[in-house]
Design a protein around this ligand. Structure first.
Ligand code: GLY
Length: 584
């Protein structure tokens, strides 16, 4: 656990959860201020790239596209062109939209393609290799958003990433160590890129040995790929030589993705899901993300039980939040999937009456039972849950107040670990986000409900929750996070900090987080954030309490309510995160 949380414990001994460090620090840190635009990313180089685009007169979408492409180079474990994601855009007049560039299942995929002869899930197939990827959506989605909203030419916003890849960039300590873990391996785990020669050729240290902090990595093939995308547009990826390389590599290695899959890939503009909480307006991502629906459900539930009247640091507040999390994640398991394929009762799920009904089973001083609440969908068995915690989020605001909240992913760190020969591009392992064993939903967290079963062309359910908050029509907060299923709960905590308890963005991001996902029926807390007395009290109420490492990484922008200044808040749970002012 990072030091700022630990240092807060001294004053928090009698409280359930630690106070954000800013309360005990002598000087108040609100974040990096700007009136001319802001980019916050878990990659410092990518944030600088996006901010430079703002400085050249680009708007928030131009900067977001440049940041995303730069992250495909500088943050290869999660930034990508071989994966997918979601972008939520709010214009200065409050009009909002989203772009869905989630991966689609290849035409040859089947509902049981990850089951072995015994009918059990073969995790090795979804964790790495050629059967793990969905058809990538990032390039199509970024191009679609740029076409509708961008001001600068496409080439101008893609080329900076191509240049970084071709010239090389200096490795941070954490990236050097991450790459070594994948290419060489650690005592605990062999390097997962070792099975893929093109991956080692692209990301291993030339001549062998371990990368060190400050070494320069050159990604020449990725530079060529990005240059082609910059010069020829997204069709270079979906119909041109890049598509040829992907299809050839897939065919040669037992993968499913064909040229037709790539040509048929479509990104979609979708209406955001919208809700209100305590006088604030919240917009987020509709299906195929579960994030927006679950976030709004939790906020509605917490409003219905008067959360803003409770002390933020009380066991009562923890109890209410956990019970809202439990119920929203049950609905997620029960109903959610790709609405292009299945009916999802979205309007009902995000309605205030539904939230009230869900909280009617709340017990004042007792943990509810996930098994009891969800007995209609539970089956026997104890399959291991296998949701990785990777993904990345960045936030952008421009000088006019246009806001972009973008979360994108390769699923696990470095995705499938497959680099397509000649492209330098890492492919995702997003197919693992489908329900892989139809009909089996277990107390260990495996979900097998019909809505998210694999079908050709379908998008796998996501937890990514890019979110934007406003009040009385004025922008308040842009946020989102990585973290697998924990994402939605991380975003909930940041949004609650600002909207329920009037924290600054900095305080809300720094505050401790906790996570309950219906199943497994346990609540995990960030490190030492919880006081021992509170642990005991929660256990006495029937909670299974687990202390964990850091949860998520919410790269956020908070607008000062009085001055309208944008404050960029780098969440330092990611060591390379940076907030960079754009323009002057
Ligand atoms: N791959 C993380 C998510 O989509 O939820």
């Amino acid at each position: 656990m990072r030091k700022v949380l630990i240092s807060a414990l001294a004053v928090a001994a009698t409280l359930a959860v630690a106070t954000p460090s800013r309360k005990v620090a002598a000087q108040v840190d609100l974040g990096v201020p700007s009136k001319t635009g802001m980019v916050v990313s878990s990659s410092d180089i990518a944030a600088e790239t996006g901010a430079a685009i703002l400085g050249r007169g680009g708007n928030a979408v131009d900067a977001a596209v440049a940041t995303a492409f730069a992250m495909a180079v500088t943050s290869p474990s999660n930034g990508n062109i071989g994966g997918g994601g979601f972008m939520v855009i709010r214009q200065p007049n409050g009009a909002a939209t989203t772009f869905d560039y989630r991966e689609m299942a290849p035409a040859k995929s089947t509902p049981t393609m990850y089951l072995n002869a015994q009918g059990e899930i073969d995790m090795s197939l979804t964790q790495q290799g050629y059967l793990a990827p969905g058809v990538p959506g990032t390039v199509r989605g970024l191009a679609m958003a740029h076409k509708k909203f961008g001001k600068l030419p496409w080439k101008d916003v893609v080329s900076p990433a191509a240049e970084i890849a071709a010239k090389g960039f200096k490795l941070s300590k954490s990236l050097a160590s991450g790459l070594n873990g994948e290419t060489i391996g650690t005592e605990e785990r062999p390097g997962r890129m070792k099975s893929f020669p093109a991956s080692i050729a692209a990301y291993g240290k030339p001549g062998g040995g371990a990368w060190k902090e400050g070494d320069t990595i050159v990604l020449a093939d990725l530079g060529k790929t990005l240059t082609a995308i910059a010069n020829d547009g997204p069709d270079a990826f979906y119909k041109g030589w890049i598509a040829d390389r992907i299809a050839e590599d897939m065919a040669a290695n037992g993968g499913l993705i064909t040229k037709a899959d790539l040509a048929n890939y479509v990104a979609k503009e979708r209406a955001p899901v919208k809700g209100t909480f305590n006088g604030y307006e919240i917009i987020s991502m509709p299906p195929p993300s579960s994030g927006g629906i679950a976030l709004l459900e939790m906020l509605n539930m917490l409003e219905s039980v008067g959360l803003p009247n409770e002390s933020r640091q009380s066991v009562k507040a923890i109890h209410l939040i956990v019970e809202a999390q439990r119920r929203a994640y049950l609905d997620r398991a029960r109903y959610l999937g790709d609405t292009d394929f299945v009916d999802v009762p979205v309007a009902k799920l995000i309605s205030k009456p539904h939230a009230k009904e869900m909280m009617s089973t709340l017990q004042p001083n007792r943990a509810s039972s996930s098994a009891e609440l969800g007995k209609d969908i539970l089956s026997a068995g104890k399959l291991p849950a296998d949701e990785p915690l990777e993904t990345t989020h960045f936030s952008v605001v421009d000088r006019d107040g246009m806001a972009v909240s973008n979360t994108f992913t390769l699923e696990g760190g470095y995705g499938s670990h497959v680099v397509i020969k000649g492209t330098g591009m890492i492919l995702n392992n997003e197919m693992g986000d489908f329900n892989k064993k139809p009909g089996t939903t277990t107390s260990t967290g495996t979900i097998g409900t019909p809505a998210n079963v694999i079908a050709p062309g379908k998008r796998m359910l996501s937890s990514m929750t890019p979110a934007i908050v406003s009040k009385n029509g004025k922008l308040v907060l842009v946020t989102g996070s990585p973290g697998g299923r924990t994402i939605i709960n991380t975003v909930l905590h940041v949004v609650l900090g600002v909207t329920a308890w009037n924290l600054t963005g900095r305080e809300a991001v720094d505050s401790p987080r906790w996570d309950h996902e219906w199943m497994p029926d346990r609540v995990t807390f960030e490190g030492e954030a919880l006081s021992p007395a509170a642990v005991n009290q929660l256990k006495a109420m029937g909670y299974d309490v687990v202390l964990r490492g850091e949860q998520g990484s919410a790269q956020s922008i908070w607008m000062h309510p009085q001055t309208g200044t944008a404050f960029g808040i780098a969440d330092l749970r990611s060591p390379d995160a940076k907030a960079v002012k754009g323009g002057s």
